[in-house]
Design a protein around this ligand. Structure first.
Ligand code: PLP
Length: 393
């Protein structure tokens, strides 16, 4: 029986962001499946939008949360007292990153990580300008919205940050725009909401050089493409280019809300003076979230999950063949299946949902179906997902 009371409460008392929400009530989630209140099982092809990289309800994560809840929940805002899950997780992340990315500032969300990084870049360089990409997504707060690359989504919220220039991803114009007044370039290592667009390796190397030559900080946003999603632990490992500041989120918390910006310790020290408390947060790096995130990252590494991503990506490609599919773009298990129009995608998504397949579209590429399942998805479930999609086309 559908729980009508909860659905009504959702529609009447929870803020809505679209005129037609799915409004499906989920009562359980395990592995690659969501369970609806009516008992219906949904194969989850989006993993909470690239959050649940090790699948739902992994016992190691559940136990870590339980153990931390027994020890303590909130004790003091971030950055004042030593909290074991926080410091251990920061150390673990630093051990998996290039040597200069050794200092982690934990935040509540990806958007707050973006805000913190933009502030850090301005504070460290003393410069006003920011270079960013068309069709980029870095979050929904005002600073993050200012570096979002789509006028339709930005315009209603003006005035936004001044000094921000948007250029095409992979363009020479973007490199040319970086100069002595540029505090930072912020970009997704692999663009997600644009419908999965990868950088050209030479372009990225040239951009890195221009940033280094002009003293501009290069920020890579790996909030969506980090934690093995692309077939390597970090997206930038595909290109041999390293950022000055790295943004993390989504899978970082293992299903709990957590973001981070990571830089060299010496750079991050700028937030301790002029002004002191250069970025502060009450809940960023909450011990429960850090405990969950660390447990999830342990599973990701111990079970060699990332090593299987490219094989699974290839299987999707081999199965997704149909005259209605214009292209399949991917970097690992971040995939965009392009149809002719946004209307076709919306129709297909609806019939997939009816057949028990849960998926979505992309903010700046509504003509594409999103495929970003738990990285642990089985071969059998990949076959099942593709067969449902093909039957709905
Ligand atoms: N950056 C990227 C690349 C994202 O995909 C997202 C969220 O989708 C964000 C930033 C913002 O993260 P959050 O929704 O946690 O604020």
């Amino acid at each position: 029986m559908i729980n009508k009371t909860n659905r009504r409460l959702f529609l009447e008392h929870v803020a809505q962001t679209s005129p037609a929400p799915m409004a499906i009530e989920i009562v359980g989630a395990e592995g690659s499946y969501l369970q609806g209140v009516d008992g219906k099982q949904y194969l989850d092809l989006i993993g909470g939008i690239s959050v649940c990289n090790i699948g739902h309800k992994n016992p190691a994560v559940v136990n870590a949360v339980k153990e931390q809840a027994e020890a303590y929940l909130h004790v003091m805002v971030y950055g004042e007292v030593v909290q074991s899950p926080q410091v251990k997780y920061a150390g673990m992340l630093a051990s998996q990153l290039p040597a200069h990315l050794d200092c982690v500032y934990f935040t509540n969300s990806g958007a707050e990580a973006t805000e913190g990084a933009l502030k850090l870049a301005r504070r460290v360089t003393g410069r006003p300008d920011i270079v960013c990409c068309n069709r980029a997504y870095h979050g929904n707060t005002l600073g993050a919205l200012s570096v979002m690359g789509d006028e339709y989504w930005r315009n209603a919220f003006r005035p936004l940050l001044p000094g921000v220039g948007h250029y095409d991803y992979n363009s020479q114009a973007l490199i040319d725009a970086v100069g002595e007044n540029t505090a930072c370039v912020i970009m997704e290592t692999i663009q997600g909401e644009a419908g999965v667009i990868a950088p050209d390796k030479n372009w990225l190397a040239a951009l890195r050089k221009k940033c280094t030559d002009t003293g501009t900080l290069l920020i890579f946003d790996e909030i969506q493409c980090g934690f093995g999603r692309t077939g390597k632990m970090w997206g930038f490992q595909h290109y041999d280019v390293e950022p000055d500041i790295l943004l993390l989120g989504k899978a970082l918390g293992g299903g709990m809300p957590l973001g981070a910006f990571v830089s060299a310790h010496q750079m991050m020290a700028a937030l301790t003076c002029n002004p002191v408390l250069g970025h502060i947060t009450t809940f960023g790096g909450h011990p429960l979230c850090c405990a969950a995130g660390m447990a999830a990252m342990n599973v990701l590494m111990k079970d060699s999950i990332v090593d299987q991503v490219q094989e699974k990506e290839a299987l999707f490609h081999s199965l997704l063949k149909h005259p209605a599919i214009r292209s399949v773009r991917s970097k690992g298990l971040l995939m965009a299946v392009e149809l002719d129009t946004a209307e076709s995608v919306s129709r297909v998504l609806k019939s997939c949902l009816d057949k028990g397949l849960f998926s979505d579209w992309f903010l700046f590429a509504p003509e594409c179906i999103r495929i970003a399942p738990p990285l642990t998805i089985s071969e059998e479930d990949i076959r099942k997902a593709c067969s449902i999609i093909l039957s709905c086309l």
